[in-house]
Design a protein around this ligand. Structure first.
Ligand code: MIG
Length: 806
């Protein structure tokens, strides 16, 4: 058999067969419930505590609309979270309600719970409707914990972080076990990240969610499509903990989730530009510089160049190959001079090599994961046998964080952390369950006593935390960018994500939409897959379509594997290059809008890419899978309906109700609330602006720094009500935290033949009009589809007022 075929078979067998079997854990069919309530009381922090015959139930209001339930049984350890950062408590009251139930109420009228005293089963209701009720008593004991909940109404289920397949999880099994699935497809589960978050959306568009905060291996049997869907959840360790996020709208669910698990900090503006990457077996300084020069020579927008593991000396992290990267400082200088930022990869596997200082130090100081007997554990990865930092240990985290000093001194601008499931080259694809971690002081009685299984799903999150904290200490006044492959709920506090090793196929192009939408709904706004696909070679047609959609990904990076051919935009011929240029320029001109969206995500948790139902919750068409999975909103104003199959020149699209939608390319206005067959030749991404939008735009530039030096045009799409916002700051420093920023709101209305707009400062200390700093100036407000006859704007004063008489 040819070698490549053998390799392929091996990957298939280990990832699709052996790996799931070796990691599989099957919840027992039934476990005894927590037992009848024997006593209850209101606790000192306003929580309600019910003592049951086999454990206890604690209910606490974190905010008036976020309630936490802990069911602790015999032998379950205390609850501790790496994910939740909000520790407020609001008072709850308990009251016997007759019929053997206990009624629990808090500050939010209409949100409450009933406890069935005979069984400990809970029912939650909000605004006169039942959210869910336990269909079996909650169970929490040593070993597995379990919960079953039924909804009285049909629901669509979203969330669960990074998953392949479709947007809705109804009827699916969802496994929480971070896995380097080297050959993922529509049905692969689990993959790199875990997020035990189930969002429910009802037919009227109302939304609520359950977040089961538990990093153990867990299985969801997600409720199906019937009238009373039941979701079964079980995790291989306790206690049973879940948060009820009451909504009642999707934006509020996101606000609640990200209040709880934290928000993605404002990225540097250049992060929103176009990134280029390649895992090149012959990666070298010369090749990197040649690629960068080619981008500039061709005038294609590009903001960042990424270095993969080929830059290291024998895959030793934090080293440079002397032969291939003889002068990294000179390389970084030249890249910076050409307007590129530089991103470098880091892997957790530390080569077993007594001459490698990092390994020696990690081993000597006890900062590496061990086996049961306390000896350093090794598993094979790229450098051969390697050891793994014990990121559960605070000293190991700060040690790891300090390793980035050399990169920081060179001026490296960002980092990607990979292989942090952790992924190893054995049939199990991760380190053995016998591997031990030490944890925070006091977390385990003795050092080295936390089994890997209890922290496996946290390894990527903790590596991201270590890296983020290290970078923040090394570059306190900057915003070094970090993104990760593995993660757990809350990862957005430390890092953005890319979605791992996809394929150059139409299926993966299509799958990227629901994947990114669900990541966004799980609290992660800054996400993107490898544009063009990591494994395999896209046809020119697929590459063109991917560049069109990719221009709207929050994280826009072209990346490919060592087994693929070069995937630079120009390597597919002049047609693809022309199309690539057009869409990268589109992205570049949208930068003020994208940056405003990233700022909104950092404040309220709102995703950048949104399913249509986020913006149009009560439009039933937006809940149909076909529309919800193949169309998307970029923020509140732009709707795209990308082409996701070969050989297509027109596509059927749905435009939700609204005054009109304006075609980005032709300016034609289509009425809202209907299906249309629209032109979609190879160079056309169907893209529409919502009536009433005020879209901040700029002229396309080779990189975002230059774009930021250009004036902003605020384009108004007239409608009865007009609104938009614009956030500006210097894009790179932490000055925005001291008020060196400006958030402007544009409001307007159309009355008869006149359109009036008014711009006001909503936050921040800078007036972008008065401070004529490049990139902070709004040059003009323009009207889409016409030239105003009269514009009354006083550019020297805020608020602005302008009007068009037409
Ligand atoms: O085992 O660093 O997903 O983006 O190029 C492969 C080499 C290791 C996997 C990442 C991919 C990266 C590659 N890495």
């Amino acid at each position: 058999m040819p070698r490549t075929l053998l390799d392929w078979l091996e990957v298939k067998l280990t990832t699709n067969l052996t790996q799931p079997l070796l990691n599989l854990r099957v919840p027992p069919p039934r476990r005894p419930g927590v037992g009848p309530v024997v006593a209850w009381a209101e606790g000192p922090d306003g929580e309600v505590e019910a003592a049951c015959s086999r454990g206890r139930i604690e209910i606490r209001a974190v905010t008036s609309r976020i309630w936490r339930v802990i069911v602790a049984g015999p032998g379950t350890p205390p609850y501790r979270s790496e994910s939740v950062v909000c520790l407020e408590t609001h008072p709850l009251r308990a009251q016997a309600a007759g019929g053997g139930t206990l009624r629990i109420a808090g500050e939010e009228p209409g949100l409450g719970a009933l406890v069935e005293e005979r069984t400990g089963r809970l029912e939650f209701h909000f605004a006169g409707r039942i959210l869910h009720r336990d269909s079996a008593p909650p169970s929490s004991r040593r070993g597995w914990v379990a919960s079953r909940k039924r909804s009285p109404e049909p629901e669509l289920y979203l969330g669960f972080g990074e998953k392949t397949g479709g947007l809705f999880h109804n009827g699916r099994r969802r496994i929480m076990w971070n896995t380097d699935n080297a050959d993922m497809g529509r049905r692969s589960d689990p993959i790199y990240q875990s997020c035990p978050l189930q969002i429910a959306v009802r037919s009227d568009g109302s939304a609520h969610a359950l977040f089961f905060d538990n990093p153990h291996y867990a299985v969801f049997r997600v409720g199906g499509e019937g009238p009373n869907p039941e979701t079964r959840y079980a995790a291989a360790g306790g206690p049973l903990v879940y948060y009820v996020l009451a909504g009642p709208t999707l934006p509020e669910v996101l606000e609640q989730l990200t209040l709880l698990t934290g928000r993605s900090p404002l990225p540097p503006r250049w992060m929103l530009g176009h990134h280029h990457s390649r895992w090149d077996p012959e990666e070298s300084q010369e090749k990197v510089l040649a690629t960068a020069r080619e981008f500039r020579r061709r005038g294609l927008p590009c903001d960042a160049i990424h270095l993969d593991i080929g830059h290291m000396e024998g895959y030793r992290c934090f080293t440079w190959s002397r032969e291939r990267f003889p002068d990294p400082a000179a390389m970084v200088r030249e890249l910076h001079a050409q307007g590129f930022r530089v991103i470098v990869i880091a892997d957790p596997g530390i080569k077993r090599d007594p001459d490698y200082a990092l390994y020696r130090e990690g081993a000597a100081r006890g900062l590496l994961c061990t086996d049961r007997r306390g000896r350093v554990h090794h598993s094979p990865v790229w450098p051969g046998p390697a050891a793994f930092p014990d990121f559960t240990l605070p000293e190991a985290r700060s040690w790891w964080g300090r390793q980035f000093r050399g990169y920081a001194e060179l001026g490296i601008d960002g980092f990607w952390i990979d292989m942090n499931e952790p992924s190893v080259f054995t049939a199990r694809r991760t380190v053995a369950p016998g591997v031990r971690h030490r944890g925070e002081a006091g977390q385990s009685g003795r050092p080295g006593t936390i089994g890997h299984r209890s922290v496996h799903n946290l390894y990527g999150l903790l590596m991201a935390r270590a890296t983020r904290e290290g970078l923040d200490a090394l570059v306190p006044e900057g915003r070094p960018y970090l993104f990760t492959r593995s993660g757990y709920a809350g990862i957005q506090r430390y890092a953005g994500s890319w979605t791992g090793d996809n394929r150059s196929s139409w299926e993966h192009l299509r799958m990227s939409i629901p994947m990114l939408l669900n990541l966004g709904l799980s609290g992660q706004p800054l996400v993107g897959p490898d544009i063009g696909g990591f494994l395999g070679r896209p046809t020119p047609e697929l590459m063109a379509r991917w560049l069109e959609l990719g221009a709207l990904y929050p994280f826009c990076r072209n990346h490919t594997s060592r087994w693929s051919l070069p995937q630079e935009i120009w390597s597919f011929g002049p047609d693809v290059e022309r199309i690539g240029r057009r869409y990268l320029e589109l992205r570049s001109s949208l930068l003020p809008y994208l940056y405003t969206l990233a700022r909104e995500a950092s404040r309220r948790g709102a995703p950048i890419l949104r399913p249509l139902l986020y913006e149009f919750p009560s439009d039933p068409a937006c809940q149909s899978a076909e529309i919800a999975e193949t169309q998307l909103m970029l923020g509140p104003h732009l709707l795209a309906a990308p082409v996701l199959a070969p050989g297509i020149a027109t596509r059927r699209i749905y435009l939700p109700a609204g005054e009109y939608w304006q075609d980005w390319w032709t300016g034609e206005c289509l009425p809202g609330g209907g299906h249309f067959e629209v032109e979609a030749p190879l160079d056309r991404l169907p893209l529409y602006v919502r009536a009433g939008a005020a879209l901040p735009l700029t002229d396309p530039s080779p990189n975002s720094d230059e774009a930021a030096g250009r004036p902003i045009r605020w384009r108004v799409y007239p409608a009865a009500a007009i609104s938009g916002s614009l956030y500006v700051d210097d894009g790179v420093s932490m000055g925005y935290q001291r008020g060196e920023c400006s958030l402007l709101g544009l409001q307007g209305e159309r009355r008869a033949a006149e359109i009036r707009v008014r711009i006001e400062r909503e936050a921040g200390g800078l007036s972008p009009v008065l401070v004529r700093h490049p990139g902070l100036a709004v040059e003009r407000v323009e009207l889409s589809g016409g030239t105003p006859r009269r514009v009354e704007v006083d550019p020297e004063r805020l608020p602005w007022e302008g009007s068009w008489a037409g």
